[in-house]
Each structure stands twice: as C-alpha cells, then as structure tokens.
Design a protein around this ligand. Structure first.
Ligand code: PGA
Length: 244
C-alpha cells in the first residue's frame, strides 16, 4: 500500500487528480471508475482545470460510476448522475464519449446489474478506480456485511449512510432506502485503486480499514489485499493512523 498524507483537502485533491491525469496521459483510452460524494469534488475541480489548461483530454476515457440511488428520477439534482454532470461532465469541453452510471429507475433491477457488469467486461475491466470511504467503512454502496463475491447489485442502504444525506434530502424519511452499486469483486479486480479520505470524521474508520482485520464488517478493509492501492488523505483523516 502506498500512503500519501497531504497537508489539507486541497492538496489531497491535487494529488488525487494527478494520479488520474497520469493514468489518462499515458493511456488516453483508460477505463476509469469514479466516485461521488463530498470528498472527490476538489479532485474534479483540478481535473477540469487541467483540461481547461489544455493539458488533459478526457474524451477518450471510458468512465463508470461506482453507484447510484435506486428510485430517484435520473434528473433529480440529488442523483449521482446529476452530481457527475454538475461536477465534471458538463464542465469539460470534451467529456468522455463513454460514460456509464447505474440507472436509478431500471425497469428490471437485476437486468440492470447484469448489464452494468457486462459493460465493464466489454470495456476490458477497470484500470483505475477512485474510491471514497463512508463513515461505516463502505466503499461504493457496499455496506458492512456485503459478501466480497458480489458483482453489481442492489443494496439496502445502511442507516448511517442515509442519515449522512438527510439534510440534502430534507429529512431522513426522504432519503432513498435502496442503492445500486458495483460489488467488491469488481473493485478488487481493478488494476489500480486510489482511496481518498478527508477530515477528522474519517480518521477512526480509515484506521480500522487500513490497520484492522480484513473483514466484511469494514468493507474498505478488503483493500489491504489489493496489490496496487494508493491511499491519499489529508492530515485530519490520517489522525488515527499513527500512535503519538
Ligand atoms: P463523502 O462520502 O465523500 O461524502 O464523505 C464517501 C462515501 O460515503 O462513500
């Protein structure tokens, strides 16, 4: 594992964007997997800046999103599709021609999971995956207890995951109860993984994920087994990784 501890969230974002940019500059047709959430927003800002500066061209990449809510209209501003449009795709002069996000309202949920796995397989598999980590150690929407062998699947969202989004949805009752997510199997088969964490609130779960036992109870702990994992964090998130 490669651990990069940056001074603050801004530096974490710049480092994360550099890792993505390096991948795309050397392989313009890379297959990427991308997260949503508060943590990667700064990384997307930096990537947009690199494109606007003429340094980076993302038009050739094939991009898959990690997860999506189930049951929200796709154009709902809180869907992950809307997030990606707002924070990345619509800001690029030349967005990737191939972009995939699980459907939030599929007619057949199982068929959508199978189709998503098939699209990743056809693309040749994910080469670089960027992940955030949830307060309970989830990656994507793989909540604690999720078996490692799953491909794309639908999930009942954990209470803590839903509570974190309550303000954005105007109350816990309005937060979707279900999501659709790439599975741990797919995550672990990607060529390279970049895990991001920012802020004191992630310190304890990050330490459990990186230093504790590998267990389905802390989904991110499985990343300890990945041969090419780079963890990029700011100092507050790294706060529990060392003993004083
Ligand atoms: P966050 O979400 O970046 O908004 O903290 C991460 C996650 O829950 O996976």
């Amino acid at each position: 594992m490669n651990l990069l501890i940056e001074r603050n969230a801004k530096d974490m974002s710049a480092t994360a964007a550099r890792l993505v940019a390096r991948q795309v500059l050397t392989q313009p047709r890379s297959v990427l997997a991308l997260p949503t959430g508060d943590t990667p927003r700064g990384m997307y800002d930096v990537l947009v800046g690199l494109e606007q500066g003429g340094l980076l061209d993302l038009s050739g990449v094939c991009a898959f999103n990690l997860d999506e809510y189930l049951g929200l209209p796709e154009d709902d501003p809180r869907s992950f599709r809307s997030y990606m449009l707002k924070h990345l795709w619509e800001r690029l002069a030349a967005p990737p021609a191939h972009r995939y996000i699980p459907m939030s309202n599929p007619a057949d949920e199982q068929a959508e999971c199978t189709a998503y796995d098939e699209a990743m397989r056809r693309a040749g598999g994910v080469e670089l995956m960027v992940l955030g980590i949830g307060p309970n150690g989830h990656i994507g929407f793989n909540e604690p207890g999720t078996p490692w062998a799953l491909g794309t699947h639908f999930v009942a969202l954990a209470e803590v995951t839903r509570r974190k989004e309550a303000a954005r949805f105007g109350g816990l009752a309005n937060v979707p109860r279900w999501g659709i997510s790439m599975g741990i199997r797919t995550i672990m088969r990607s060529g390279q993984i970049v895990l991001l964490a920012s802020g004191e609130g992630k310190a304890e779960v990050l330490a459990r994920a990186l230093l504790g036992p590998v267990t389905t109870e802390v989904p991110a702990s499985v990343l300890q087994l990945h041969p090419r994992l780079t963890v990029v964090v700011d100092r507050p998130a790294a706060g529990a990784l060392t003993t004083p």
